[in-house]
Design a protein around this ligand. Structure first.
Ligand SMILES: [Zn+2]
Length: 214
């Protein structure tokens, strides 16, 4: 199942370096060139997000980036917009995830969600920490979920490209070093984000280092 792994990560890295180089010349300073790396993101209004419940969320300052998989098989026929609405409905309702109780959350638990086609959905406001049913520490972390079960499936090329672009842009925007980009399983007893995505994280760190070295 799943689609072919990415074959042109190197090209993407080169494109990002080139892009950053051009913009750094035109607009000196990290925040200025960070803007040029910005990927297309489907904003909350476009997927008809409901207002968050701020009382159930805690403020944060993004200092790290954590990558997850959804741990469910991809659903290419369901739109990103519908997935985002479903994720928000799930977040608002108390219930269970497996054996673990899940309280009501204030909003989508992730800050960004990347679907199998590589579209990126805007989730929770970055100035609020995400949520997890485990003891995982969410504070000061940007949470990104990638659609798929990457213990069984391969991430699509579009997912890898969007994830690389998103992480590189966020790292440049918030001054996050490559060493602060991790998979969920680096901190918690979980296989998340899956054995087929985990090796790609080092390639993403390399892309971040390359851009930040300019
Ligand atoms: Zn996870």
């Amino acid at each position: 199942m799943g689609t072919r792994p990415c074959h042109n990560r190197l090209l993407l890295t080169r494109a990002l370096i080139f892009c950053a180089g051009v913009l750094a010349f035109a607009l000196p300073g990290v925040p200025a060139f960070a803007g040029s790396l910005a990927p297309d993101v489907v904003p909350r209004a476009a997927w008809a997000a409901k207002p968050p419940n701020f009382a159930l969320m805690s403020a944060q300052k993004p200092a790290e980036i954590i990558i997850h998989h959804t741990a469910h098989r991809v659903q290419p026929r369901v739109s990103l917009e519908a997935k985002m609405r479903g994720l928000q409905e799930f977040a608002f309702k108390p219930g269970r995830v497996g054996l673990l109780p899940k309280p009501a959350w204030g909003d989508v638990p992730y800050h960004y969600y990347i679907d199998v086609s590589g579209r990126i959905g805007e989730g929770r406001d970055l100035s609020f920490a995400g949520n997890s049913v485990t003891a995982f520490d969410n504070e000061d972390r940007i949470q990104i979920a990638v659609e798929g079960h990457f213990e069984r499936e391969q991430p699509s090329q579009a997912e890898v490209e969007s994830l690389t672009r998103l992480v590189t842009w966020l790292a440049a925007s918030y001054g996050i070093p490559a060493s602060a980009i991790s998979g969920h399983g680096d901190f918690d007893q979980t296989t998340c984000p899956g054995k087929n995505l985990r090796p790609i994280l080092e390639e993403i760190r390399e892309a971040v280092r390359a851009v930040q070295a300019r």
